[in-house]
Design a protein around this ligand. Structure first.
Ligand code: GUN
Length: 285
């Protein structure tokens, strides 16, 4: 089989961010930069790495970025007060509360506390409803990034059988909605699916968002399928890998995302896109 198309999220995201930088400069001429507030609770090392990345990319692109760090035992009421203040803060166009949150905090209550027009994560029930209904709203960044990456490479999913592995609020469910909207036939596999490997083998396109390192082997993938890896795991030696056994799957895939450098950078790019859009809508043009 010939070499698969390497879906290079690092390169595509760089091009998207360059466009966003121009938009930020244009907005800045009118007196105000798009603003992003990122809230992180506790000291999960992976979450801190993600937040540092979001800040760095945001600032490089020309956004005002404010990071709020709260202790793991913060009271939910205190977190809600911060969100209320950010809802009212004119410098802030987008609010992101990094997940996961500690178990004593009701993540849904926190999500619903963010005003819909600053919900750049697209997790608010209003934005979720808009996504399923084909209305206007913010789309969660990781699935939006996957669609933008496929689009960049001219890979249409119309008429394809798409299998989404995982049903999280952050990836699996909104991914299924976007694929459906793009005319794919969608199957979602999850922890109770009887034989995920057998279902996955029927896919023309696989989106792996299971959270299990190297789980998707060549036995799961039909030769010629498109394989998108949303997973991210750190090996003992510090290197990163995904949910897909890349070396085994790449030789039989039509196209495949690497980890790192695939979906990860696209997620951050979509966060910036959503925030700039929020700023444009907030009328600072
Ligand atoms: N944790 C992992 N991915 C995400 C994301 O896209 N948004 C938020 N808020 N938290 C996350």
């Amino acid at each position: 089989m010939e070499q698969p198309i390497r879906l290079d999220g690092a390169r595509v995201s760089a091009a998207i961010l360059e466009q966003q930088k121009q938009l930020c400069s244009a907005l800045a001429v009118h007196g105000r930069r798009p603003g992003l507030a990122v809230v992180i609770v506790g000291d999960d090392p992976a979450s801190h790495v993600y937040v540092r990345n979001k800040r760095a990319v945001g600032e490089r692109t020309g956004l005002y970025v404010a990071v709020y760090t709260m202790p793991a035992d913060v009271a939910q009421a205190v977190l809600l007060e911060l969100i209320a203040a950010l809802n009212a803060d004119d410098r802030v166009d987008g609010i992101l509360v990094q997940k996961p949150l500690p178990p004593h905090i009701d993540a849904q209550v926190v999500t619903e506390a963010i005003v819909v027009h600053k919900d750049v994560d697209g997790f608010h029930p209003y934005n979720q409803g808009q996504l399923w209904n084909g209305g206007e709203g913010f789309v969660p960044c990781t699935p939006a990034g996957v669609m933008a990456l496929l689009d960049h490479y001219g890979l249409s999913v119309a008429g394809l059988h798409a299998v989404v592995l995982g049903r999280s609020h952050i990836v699996g469910k909104p991914m299924a909605a976007l694929l459906l909207a793009a005319q794919a036939t969608v199957t979602v596999c999850h922890s109770h699916t009887r034989d995920s490997a057998a279902v996955c083998r029927q896919a023309d396109i696989v989106i792996a968002a299971i959270g299990k390192r190297g789980c998707v082997t060549e036995q799961w993938v039909r030769p010629g399928a498109i394989v998108v890896d949303v997973g991210i795991h750190r090996r003992a030696d510090g290197t990163l890998c995904g949910d897909v056994a890349y070396d085994a799957v790449a030789p039989i895939a039509k196209a495949i995302t690497p980890v790192p450098g695939g979906v990860g950078p696209m997620t951050i790019a979509m966060l910036i896109v959503n925030t700039v859009r929020a700023a444009q809508k907030a009328g600072c043009v």
